[in-house]
Ligand binder design. Structure first.
Ligand SMILES: *Cc1c(COP(=O)(O)O)cnc(C)c1O
Length: 422
């Protein structure tokens, strides 16, 4: 049998991305560096975030409003730079990405453009256990339009006894209900189970019936490979504070497929920041939309939030998105070895992995049958930061940019001591 501790150490030693860990501030409690597994909730702070923010503040003091156009890094250039830094990560054309607002706000704005109920086609297909904010968004939005949410929101759920929605069940639901569906809104990665949805096949099926298909990528962006343009996704929204490490409440992102950019008749809530760059400051009465995703912007964005995102994306770009994904695959293989070994000793079946083995990114969700909350608390006391989701789930998401193989190894050792004390 291989010695896991030295195997983990060896993997860490040979890891070409290991050096990026020091680019992040790792939380320290009582002198102990924490094993932080919550990149899916709030990514850690890049060390250079402070410097990037400081640069914005200096430009503000040095140039006042002219800082939008002048200085070492004019704020408008930053605006153009961020989408290009996200192009690989999302598989989008630069013109298909805009950086604005926050996730739930952006979902409402996308509903304005993409939820177009007509005749019998008025329903929205979503999942029963969607993230609460997405549910509140859908309910309040359709109510605002005068619909009864229970009549227009169609929720699909996993088969009983299961936690994951089968791809075929989603495709079947689209087939069955296509005559009444206007739109589909699903996550790219499910927040509770970590399951990846097959965005390509779902979109293709939706488009067979002329149904608009959008995705919430909160748990997908910066986590799994995406090809939003090629998959022909209509729209997608994400927040930038989870896997993207942009900082709490930082500015979000939106993908709008280029096929919608040059249409006159799309509905949209508009503001001056969506007006063409070169005529914006003429302050004319007529709105002239940018011919790209930026047309959906409304308000002056905060360059401070741009800076936070820039700080983190520059690390992604430096490390290389493909290298990050390669390490994630290796980490996952190692992670499942640890799980299998743990399970081989878990005779009473105290833990159950609810994440589908071959359809996930960084996150693994562990269902704990006994004493779950207590175990989670004890993990925390021992320096393992994971999260707890009612009723019985511990989620952990080791990320390639700052986690180590040995942290995963130690996590399962610690879990073993808590669950099967010898
Ligand atoms: C994190 C998350 C949100 C949070 O939305 P904000 O508007 O950024 O607060 C919404 N939906 C999903 C699926 C999430 O994972």
């Amino acid at each position: 049998m291989i010695n896991n501790a030295s195997y983990a150490a060896e993997l860490d030693q040979n890891d070409s991305l290991a050096k990026y860990r020091e680019r992040f501030n790792i939380p320290v409690i009582n002198g102990q560096e924490q094993k932080y597994f919550l990149g899916n909730s709030l990514g850690l702070q890049p060390v250079n975030t402070t410097q990037h923010i400081q640069q914005i503040l200096s430009q503000w003091s040095d140039f006042g409003v002219e800082a939008f156009f002048e200085g070492p890094s004019p704020w408008l250039t930053l605006h153009d730079k961020l989408p290009s830094m996200l192009s690989d990560i999302t598989g989008s054309g630069i013109h298909e990405i805009t950086i604005m607002n926050q996730l739930t706000v952006n979902l409402h704005l996308m509903m304005v453009s993409f939820y177009q109920p007509r005749g019998k086609k008025i329903k929205i297909l979503c999942e029963e256990h969607a993230f609460p904010s997405d549910q509140y968004m859908l309910q309040s939005h359709v109510e605002y339009l005068g619909y009864d949410p229970s009549e227009v929101i169609l929720e699909i759920r996993p088969k009983s006894g299961s936690y994951v929605l089968e791809e075929n069940d989603i495709l079947d639901a689209i087939e069955t209900h296509h005559g009444e569906l206007a739109m589909i809104l699903l996550p790219g990665v499910q927040y509770y189970t970590g399951q990846i949805f097959n965005m390509k096949s779902i979109t293709a099926k939706a488009h067979e019936f002329g149904i608009i298909c959008g995705f919430d990528l909160a748990h997908a962006v910066g986590n799994i490979p995406l090809s939003l343009h090629d998959w022909d996704i209509d729209f997608a929204c994400w927040c930038s504070y989870k896997y993207l490490n942009g900082g709490p409440g930082t500015i979000g992102g939106v993908f709008i497929h280029e096929k919608f950019h040059d249409t006159e008749n799309i509905q949209r809530f508009e503001g001056w920041w969506g007006n063409e760059n070169n005529t914006r400051f003429l302050m004319e009465k007529k709105f002239r939309p940018e011919k790209n995703a930026n047309a959906w912007q409304l308000s002056t964005p905060s360059p401070i939030l741009y800076a936070c995102l820039n700080a983190s994306l520059s690390i992604f770009n430096e490390a290389g998105w493909n290298n990050i994904l390669t390490k994630q695959k290796k980490m996952n293989a190692f992670h499942w070895q640890q799980i299998d070994e743990f399970k081989s000793k878990d005779e009473k079946n105290i833990i159950q992995i609810i994440t589908p083995r071959h359809e996930h990114g960084c996150q693994i969700s562990i269902f704990v049958n006994e004493n779950g909350k207590n175990i989670h608390e004890n993990l925390k006391r021992n320096g393992f930061i994971t999260d707890w989701r009612e009723p019985n789930v511990i989620r952990l998401a080791p990320v390639p940019l700052y986690n180590r193989y040995s942290e995963i190894y130690h996590f399962y050792q610690q879990l073993g001591e808590l669950i099967h004390p010898s």
